[in-house]
Design a protein around this ligand. Structure first.
Ligand SMILES: [Zn+2]
Length: 190
């Protein structure tokens, strides 16, 4: 596992991207963490800084591609840092595709980015899509790897912050057992 990037983790906590407390997730499970990566891209200066730091992990990139919606602004910022083009892929009838005149060319060296990698499913789809154009995948970059380091794409994968997604059923939640009140996402972190 990569060392913890204290600077990135500090920025994400300050902007309430990463919150610690006691949360009910949309799945109904309880967790001691909550993440909202849109809160990073709400802040252009910090977004640019973190995407610049991440871009430095990759070289010889021709094109940055990200899945909508989470990867749109990120692909743009990483591409700006690298001085290359960027595109985004989006779902059409459930299938990841390129629209809006976006194309990749055979032999183009593509960096795939996603703000948060959980299972990596969307990233895998973008990789497959780009390879369908004959492009070469240079690597995968993420702001947060929520798989705890388990996500793997068969190409170099760098995330600024790696974390475990800890969650429990309500009846098994240690925070409930300790009587810790639920925090509403969007409120200040504890
Ligand atoms: Zn709980």
């Amino acid at each position: 596992m990569e060392p913890v990037n204290e600077k990135a983790a500090g920025i994400l906590k300050r902007l309430n991207v990463l919150m610690t407390g006691h949360f009910r997730l949309t799945s109904g499970l309880h967790s001691d963490r909550y993440m909202q990566c849109a809160k990073l891209f709400e802040n252009p200066e910090e977004s640019a800084e973190l995407c610049y730091d991440l871009s430095g992990r990759f070289c010889d990139v021709d094109l940055v591609a990200g899945p909508a919606i989470g990867g749109i602004i990120m692909a743009y910022e990483v591409a700006r840092a690298l001085g290359v083009r960027n595109i985004f892929a989006e779902r059409e009838n459930g299938k990841m595709t390129l629209r809006r005149g976006f194309l990749a060319s055979p032999g183009e060296r593509v960096l795939v980015v996603e703000d948060v990698v959980t299972t990596g499913g969307s990233v895998e789809e973008v990789i497959g899509l780009m390879r369908g154009f004959g492009a070469e995948i240079v690597g995968v970059g993420a702001i947060v790897d929520r798989s705890g380091g388990r996500a793997s794409f068969g190409v170099p994968f760098h995330a600024l912050v790696v974390m475990e997604a800890t969650s429990w059923k309500e009846e098994e939640c240690p925070l409930c057992r300790d009587g810790i009140p639920l925090t509403k996402p969007g409120s200040r972190p504890i």
